[in-house]
Design a protein around this ligand. Structure first.
Ligand SMILES: Cc1ncc(COP(=O)(O)O)c(C=O)c1O
Length: 388
């Protein structure tokens, strides 16, 4: 059976050109970048060039690039590193995050509340998952240590007005972090034309390797390191650099930016066709997330009377890989926090499905998926009503 992968928000295959870029750094240029000799300096030169290439790709000359093990670690470093530093220096004790954050942000903020005594507030979002700006303006004050709002949502694809949110924080002089793990592959990110202080991403969402990412940090901001030891990353994150993976991430980032316009235009057409057909063909289906301000490759729905995990398994058996809510939640039988935060009834929220397209997705794959989905939903409904 030919299997069809429609879960690119969970992960992407590594581009062949990225693998080629990585290979020499496993064997030829293998030194430890912290070593003083020739072998070490070769590796260090590559890492420093990689840093500059990231700054150039994102127009981030005013930012330090801190290499991490991925989106999760970048989010942890931003939240915990910032909150603890700010409380130490300014006595600020509140953390504001949106009600639709990925668990890498949410669980970190909850730990800061439970074990470090911070006050945590979840900011309201509208029915499409966008931040409620007026409630945010009324909530933020000088006692806030850090604000974190997701750039583009992994479960429902909604894109937040990040520059507007960053400007509100800048006016109040409160550090602002955004989780851009889903955004980097698809949206133009120009760090010289916004007020973001900290931005997280991870390479495996844009055809790079898993286990590597970065946190961009405005140069005039300091945070408390979460991994201590050597002085790598100017003391912000200790540990020997994963040189081949860093090189792969940089190449993947450059490629995804070069090819973004072409890919986005193509993906939007496929996405819109998919959304239109699902809403037309599947009775009781509803789009989740913003109909306009959404990631170009992202379609997400709830389907009345169908359990999302049952749907995922039945589609997998039929040869189609999709996700229910977010990949990190597989096996979790409770409705997703994100879907509850946008006001869905828990029973309806249980019927969520996310279909995310990628560079090699074709119209044929989308059409085959649409037929399979209609059949699978029909048979799940019939079996529930005892007809089968
Ligand atoms: C929005 C968002 N943040 C953070 C993460 C975690 O990133 P990583 O898998 O690189 O740790 C993900 C991954 O699904 C994500 O979608």
């Amino acid at each position: 059976m030919d299997r069809i992968y429609l879960d690119y928000a969970a992960s992407t295959p590594i581009d062949k050109r990225v693998i080629d870029e990585m290979l020499p750094f496993f064997s030829t240029v293998f030194g430890n970048p912290s070593s003083m000799h020739y072998f070490g300096q070769k590796a260090e030169g590559a890492v420093e060039l990689a840093r500059q290439r990231i700054q150039n790709a994102l127009n981030a000359q005013d930012y330090d690039v801190i290499f991490t093990s991925g989106g999760t670690e970048s989010d942890n470093l931003a939240l915990r590193g910032m909150a603890l530093k700010e409380r130490n220096e300014r006595g600020s004790n509140r953390i504001l995050i949106s009600g639709v954050e990925h668990h890498a942000v949410l669980a970190t903020a909850e730990q800061l509340k439970k074990y470090y005594g911070f006050e945590l507030e979840l900011l309201r979002v509208d029915v499409n998952g966008k931040l409620d700006i007026s409630q945010f303006i009324n909530t933020i004050d000088n006692n806030v240590a850090v604000v974190s709002v997701i750039y583009a949502n992994n479960e429902i694809g909604t894109i937040n007005p990040i520059n507007e949110i960053a400007m509100i924080c800048r006016d109040k002089e409160i550090p602002f972090h955004t989780d851009a793990v889903q955004a980097v592959a698809h949206l133009e990110i120009n760090m010289s034309s916004n007020e973001i202080d900290l931005l997280s991403f991870g390479a495996h969402k844009f055809y790079g390797p898993k286990g590597v990412g970065a946190l961009l940090k405005k140069k005039d901001i300091e945070l408390l390191p979460q991994i201590t030891g050597g002085m790598q990353e100017r003391g912000s994150r200790a540990g020997t650099h994963n040189v081949p993976y860093i090189m792969g991430m940089v190449k993947a980032l450059e490629l995804v930016i070069d090819e973004r316009e072409f890919d986005s235009t193509r993906l939007k057409i496929l996405r819109d066709k998919l959304i239109e057909e699902v809403l037309k063909k599947i009775q009781g289906s509803k789009l989740t997330g913003d109909p306009v301000d959404r990631l170009p490759n992202h379609a997400s729905f709830v389907i009345d009377g169908v359990n999302g995990n049952d749907l995922l398994i039945a589609l997998d058996i039929a040869g189609f890989a999709v996700s229910s809510g977010s990949a990190c939640k597989v096996g979790n039988p409770t409705p997703s926090d994100v879907l509850l935060a946008i006001g869905l009834e828990p029973a309806l929220a249980m019927g969520s499905i996310r279909v995310t397209l990628g560079k090699t997705t074709t119209i044929n794959e989308v059409n085959n998926f649409l037929s399979a989905l209609a059949q699978v939903v029909d048979s799940i409904r019939k079996s529930k009503s005892g007809v089968l």
